[in-house]
Design a protein around this ligand. Structure first.
Ligand SMILES: [Cu+2]
Length: 283
C-alpha cells in the first residue's frame, strides 16, 4: 500500500517530465528544420581550361569552365552559401575568380582579386571559394587575373529572394543575357598592348556576344562593304556555337530580362525596342 501511495505521484510527475522533454525535442527538431529550409549550400566543382571555340563563327581559343563557354550559371537564394571548388587546368598561368556584386561579408579571402585578397591559383592547384550571397539580384563572375575576363572566363550568378519572401513584381518566365566583347587577337595581346610604353590600344572588338554568341562579318553593312556574302559562318542553321540566342516567348505572358555586361574594354549602350504598343517594358 505504502509503495502505491508513494509511487503514484512519482509516476505522474515522471510522465509529466517525459511529456515536457518530448515537446522540447519536437520544438528543437522543428526549429532545426526551419533553419535548414531557410538557407542551403550549393556546391560546384569547376575546372578552368583553354579550349577551342567559335564564339562568333571564327574558331579561336577561349577560357572555359568544365568545357563550357560562357561558364555555368550559379543560382542560389539570398542567404545561401555558394561553394565553388576550382581547379586550375591552365598549363602556364594562374587564375582567380571575382564574384561581381557579392559583398563577401566575413569572407574577404573569397573576393578573387589576385595578389590583394588571395594568391593566384597556380596551374594544377585547387582552391575552395565559399561565401554567402546575401542580396537577391542579377550578378556575374569573371576571371580577375590579367585579361582573363577578355579571354572568356565569366558566367552568370543569379540570386533569388530568400525562402518565404516574394519578388516585388510578378512574371511568368525570365531570360538571362550576358553581354561581352570579343577580339580575334588573344587576351595576352591586349595585355601586352595595355602595359606597353607607349600604350598600344587593341581597338574595337571584332564582335559583341550575347551569352557567348555573336556573328562576325554577317551584318547587312558587312555584306555590302566587304562582299562577305559568301562567308560560310553566316549560313546559320541554329546549331552552331555562334548561332544567335533566341528568346522564345508565349503570348500574353510577362518575362523578366536579366541583363549583365561582362565587357572587358568596350562600353555598351543597350536599347530595347518594343514594336507593338501594347507591350509594356518596366525597368
Ligand atoms: Cu567584377
Amino acid at each position: 500500500m505504502g509503495t502505491r501511495f508513494l509511487g503514484e505521484p512519482f509516476s505522474r510527475s515522471f510522465k509529466g517530465a517525459l511529456m515536457v522533454l518530448c515537446i522540447l525535442l519536437l520544438l528543437i527538431q522543428c526549429s532545426l528544420a526551419a533553419t535548414s529550409n531557410k538557407s542551403s549550400h550549393h556546391f560546384y566543382k569547376w575546372e578552368v581550361e583553354y579550349m577551342y571555340w567559335s564564339p562568333d563563327g571564327l574558331e579561336n581559343v577561349v577560357m572555359g569552365i568544365n568545357g563550357k563557354f560562357p561558364g555555368p550559371t550559379i543560382r542560389a537564394r539570398a542567404g545561401d552559401t555558394v561553394h565553388v571548388q576550382l581547379t586550375n587546368k591552365l598549363h602556364t598561368e594562374g587564375v582567380v575568380i571575382h564574384w561581381h556584386g557579392i559583398r563577401q561579408k566575413g569572407t574577404p579571402w573569397a573576393d578573387g582579386t589576385a595578389s590583394i585578397s588571395q594568391c593566384a591559383i597556380n596551374p594544377g592547384e585547387t582552391f575552395d571559394y565559399r561565401f554567402t550571397v546575401d542580396r537577391a539580384g542579377t550578378y556575374f563572375y569573371h576571371g580577375h587575373y590579367g585579361m582573363q575576363r577578355s579571354a572568356g572566363l565569366y558566367g552568370s550568378l543569379i540570386v533569388d529572394v530568400a525562402e518565404g519572401e516574394e519578388e516585388p513584381f510578378q512574371y511568368d518566365g525570365e531570360f538571362d543575357l550576358l553581354l561581352s566583347d570579343w577580339w580575334h587577337k588573344s587576351a595576352h595581346h591586349q595585355e601586352v598592348g595595355l602595359s606597353s610604353r607607349p600604350m598600344r590600344w587593341i581597338g574595337e572588338p571584332q564582335s559583341l556576344l550575347i551569352n557567348g554568341r555573336g556573328q562576325f562579318g554577317c551584318s547587312l553593312a558587312a555584306h555590302y562593304s566587304n562582299d562577305n556574302s559568301s562567308l560560310s559562318q553566316c549560313d546559320i542553321t541554329g546549331h552552331e556555337q555562334w548561332a544567335p540566342y533566341i528568346l522564345r516567348v508565349d503570348p500574353n505572358k510577362t518575362y523578366r530580362i536579366r541583363l549583365s555586361s561582362t565587357t572587358a574594354l568596350a562600353s555598351l549602350n543597350v536599347g530595347i525596342g518594343v514594336s507593338i504598343s501594347t507591350h509594356a517594358v518596366h525597368i
